[in-house]
Design a protein around this ligand. Structure first.
Ligand code: UDP
Length: 502
């Protein structure tokens, strides 16, 4: 099924400019969520621009939202897309975790994916060099093997800390008998910042929930890959970067594939060119003083409970700082990730803001509230943006670092609490709003500290400036990330190296 992406057809060796393409072709499976699709598409674009590759992005039928369609349609001709046929998930309980839904959808799609990959092998006349699946796509490695794709990799869109945890899960499953949240001491993994039990990856918190078992399964399955590509860079997490380069240090039972930090890969539309299409957010930012605005966003799917939404509104007002807030209707009655599959707000979010809030702030010109979606990288790149109150999704974190924007951490679900620990306790690139007291006064104080560089905010600003330089090195042609990706591609195009698997 064609996705309506830039060149729909995944066929042939004829390239976009009419010339015969002899570069490798890569099939890439994006598990649901814009936070997975965006960095995978960036990887495809980088493979095209630096290695002469073409790519087919394969998506799931469950995620065909307008936001996703618009994104796929914007990709360059070297990156085509197609969607797998729908699979029946009606037997899953309504309350099934998104991690369970994604994993089930992927496992049940293996036969269809095998047929798609076999077709791609034929239509690309032997150029199909590799298959890349993301985080929840470990079962799809079986499809690639069955279809005879020679190199099979995992692209991990989160960070090396979370990857370390997932790689250790098959062992931790036995070593931690109770629930992670009840651990008396923080979880300590090689090279990693210690993580208090309640902040450990959300799908691991309840061992009775099927999503826990799925995560352990993925941890074991990752070992079938030839390589794991990670959207991170050494400077932001030097500890695990060093340890994962020496996988043998984990002992014989912990042998995993070579790990390549190839980040930061971010949606590169940050630089607005003259004449480029604008948006109300950017036009509003154009009218604000430099570094005067705190940008507030909870990623592609996050929403707050009504009470927290109210405290956040009043906290922003109390902070006296200008703000740009991407708002969704509250999560009450559902989960904080209810919008995950489509990013769109379920109800009118403005109806849930405190009475008079819009008049006192937006009408007065110090705030802008936009529903559901904003051009995030362009907002972060804008000179008026001074801080980012973020749910700590890893793409958002990387984008903030690339544009040198200090963060206020407000994690919601998935690996976000773990990321918040890394950023606030480990790296020092964010101040975290305390989990126990999300009251307006605390929110206002935290936002002010980061915006004005007061108290701990000064160190956060300095650290972010330092990491921005390191991130730029990661983005540079010939930088460390470029070298790592070149090594991976070399493994795809030569018959030696990378460890042959059946
Ligand atoms: N995003 C965006 N506009 C929005 C919300 C999100 O462009 O209003 C993009 C954001 O720039 C990032 C991705 O969606 O690239 C969200 O990924 P992240 O890992 O931060 O969080 P997730 O959505 O996976 O929770």
């Amino acid at each position: 099924m064609d996705n309506g992406g830039s060149n729909g057809s995944a066929t042939a060796s004829a390239c976009c400019n009419g010339k015969i393409n002899r570069g490798p072709h890569v099939a890439m499976l994006a598990t649901p969520g814009m936070g997975h699709l965006i960095p995978l598409a960036e990887l495809a674009k980088r493979l095209a621009s630096r290695h002469g590759a073409t790519a087919t992005l394969i998506t799931f039928a469950s995620t065909a939202s307008p936001t996703q369609r618009a994104f796929l349609a914007s990709l360059p001709p070297a990156v085509s897309s197609l969607s797998l046929p729908p699979v029946d998930l009606s037997d899953l309980p309504r309350a099934a975790a998104i991690e369970t839904r994604m994993s089930e959808e992927c496992a049940r799609s293996v036969p269809a994916l095998t047929a798609v990959l076999a077709g791609l092998r034929r239509s690309t006349a032997g150029r199909l060099a590799a298959f890349v699946a993301d985080l929840f796509g470990a079962d799809s490695l079986d499809a690639a093997r069955a279809a005879g794709v020679r190199r099979r990799c995992i692209f991990f869109p989160s960070n090396l800390h979370v990857l370390t945890l997932i790689l250790h899960l098959p062992d931790l499953d036995a070593a931690v008998p109770g629930a992670f949240r009840d651990m008396p001491e923080p979880l300590r993994l090689p090279g990693c910042v210690p993580v208090p039990g309640p902040d450990v990856l959300m799908p691991l918190q309840d061992k009775a929930d099927p999503c826990y078992r799925w995560m352990v399964h993925h941890g074991a399955k990752y070992r079938d890959a030839h390589a794991i590509l990670v959207n991170s860079f050494d400077a932001v997490e030097p500890g695990p970067a060093k340890v994962l380069r020496q996988p043998e240090s984990g002992g014989p039972s912990r042998r995993w594939p070579a790990v390549y930090p190839i980040g930061p890969l971010i949606h590169a539309d940050g630089g607005r060119k003259d004449g480029a299409s604008s948006s109300p957010c950017l036009e509003w930012l154009d009218r604000q003083p430099p570094r005067s605005v705190v940008f507030v966003s909870f990623g592609s799917g996050g929403a707050l409970p009504a009470e927290q939404m109210r405290e956040l509104a009043l906290g922003l007002e109390l902070s006296g700082q200008r703000f740009l807030w991407v708002v969704r209707s509250p999560s009450d009655g559902g989960a904080v990730n209810d919008n995950y599959y489509d990013a769109e707000s379920k109800r009118d979010p403005f109806a849930y803001l405190p009475e008079g809030f819009v008049d006192r702030t937006c009408a007065a010109g110090v705030g802008l509230v936009v529903p559901s979606w904003a051009p995030q990288t362009q907002v972060l790149a804008h000179a008026a943006t001074g801080a980012f109150l973020t749910h700590c999704g890893w793409n958002s974190v990387l984008e903030s670092l690339v544009y040198g924007v200090p963060m206020v951490a407000w994690p919601l679900y998935a690996e976000q609490r773990q990321n918040a620990v890394l950023l606030s306790d480990g790296v020092g690139a964010a101040l975290r709003v305390p989990e126990s007291s999300k009251r307006r006064e605390i929110i206002a104080d935290t936002v002010r500290e980061v915006m004005r560089g007061e108290g701990k905010g000064a160190a956060v600003r300095a650290k972010v400036a330092e990491l921005q330089k390191a991130a730029a090195e990661g983005l540079r042609d010939g930088g460390a990330a470029a070298a790592a990706l070149a090594e991976v591609v070399q493994g795809w195009t030569t018959t030696t190296g990378g460890g042959e698997k059946d």
